[in-house]
Design a binder for this molecule. Sequence first.
Ligand code: PEP
Ligand code: MG
Length: 578
Amino acid sequence: MPFTLHGIPVSRGIAIGRAYLIAPAALDVDHYLVELSQIEAEIERFRVALKLVEQELDTLRADLAADAPSEMGAFIGVHLMILNDVMLVQETMDLIRTRRFNVEWALTEQLERLTRHFDEVEDEYLRERKADIEQVVERVLKALAGASPTPLHGSCDEMIVVAHDIAPADMLQFKGQTFQGFVTDLGGRTSHTAIVARSLGIPAAVGVQQASALIRQDDLIIVDGDHGVVIVDPAPIVLEEYTYRQSEMALERRKLQRLKFSPTQTLCGSRIQLYANIELPEDAQAALEAGATGVGLFRTEFLFMNHKDQLPEEDEQFEAYKRAAELMNGLPVTIRTIDVGADKPLDSLSGDGYETAANPALGLRAIRWSLSEPQMFLTQLRAILRASAFGNIKILIPMLAHAQQIDQTLDLIREARRQLDDAGLGYDPNIQVGAMIEIPAAALALPMFLRRLDFLSIGTNDLIQYTLAIDRADNAVADLYDPLHPAVLQLIAHTLREAKRAGVPVSVCGEMAGDPQLTRLLLGMGLTEFSMHPSQLLVVKQEILRSQLKALEKPVADVLAAYEPEELQAALGRLAQA
Ligand code: PEP
Ligand code: MG
């Protein structure tokens, strides 16, 4: 029966496909499609793993102490039965054969299907068997580990990922896969999961409450990423309508491609820089293809994620930064030092307590964490400096608020330079250092920044979060996340004005920069450097090409003077027509 769910739109477009539900555990295993010729080999891999686990359980039973409770033997017996159960073994093999899933994927998928049934069973004893099945699957997965072939990133064309939540690091693993769209139960518009989803350029909705409980595996679903709507099992007429809209949008996108090579300037001839936000060095390629004139934000923390035991070494980081710089071929690459904490925990640091703080977004995050780990920070600074010898690199520091933090950071940069001098390693001696303005305190104490730093970049995602005191990743307060709140607009306008007055370059790299509905507003406030996901670049460029700065002055002044919602809406309406 058709039904509709509502959430928060985070990435534009329409996706139509089959739901692929991901259980949290399933995210830990590789997902790839097996080539047809390799299917029997994949099944054999499964058989070998099953045999290994059977031997393991047999040995366990044989080794049981004579006085071990009888339940222990029975318990192993149950696990052996599960291990040979057709529902587990045969169905998993069917998934490998019919869907070409690799064995780990097929097995976790089948686990999800089986345990769903258990959740519906009333009998408590039977419900508890769920844990037994999970433990057996866990054993088989362990037996498979180490013997996995390299993932082949095949086409998952028809699939839309549906999950309770996806950590940013897991979302990152979807880069290189070709899913059609994403739906999650949790998340806010500028949660980092949403940001990575947006960077994939595919429709996505987050905060779609209960989606993963109400949508079943393989359900046909439509994701309307413009409105945050998910339609499950749509009626034929609805499907037809969305298919039509999807093709219209594809046509629009193709038309936008024509703007790729035109210079970015307003109707009155003012040049505007469009930079890209990237998470991995390879993203620089997409940035260039979209026509970016530089990287305005390289979120380096994503290099640090999925490193289970330790942080990447200096050389590994150096290679990554150098690669981005070389790909951009002389265009500026703004490398932001690590911004972990809050909704971006690091595997290698779990247990350190920083992510268990009551208010992680207010805790040891970003530069605060870097300054508390000077050796780690120095390693990153040396790697960035070394890469600066191979391109046009700038250093950007996240979440600064205090003069001492800026001074300590600049001291550490000097120290990193000294160390490189001693080691005879080269770097750009004129490298620029800038600050993210993303804490209201920073926006209100700009002289402190303007005196000490070479450039500023406004991080609207956090600026909104901290100005309005709402967690950007929490869908329960997502309706309060308002980029157009007068306080937010005042802080942005003030920062742009003061930086301009001091002759210090300033950009906006938060999600507001990539929202075409806000382009005129930002232009009218005096912004000339926008940084956004490459997928947004052309639609923002289109707005810029249609704008005349003079005509924006009055409506933008009206927007900034509006403190009542109706007044604001009216002023925004006039701005859209200007
Ligand atoms: C921001 O806060 O606006 C920003 C660009 O940084 P991040 O989203 O990574 O916190
Ligand atoms: Mg930020």
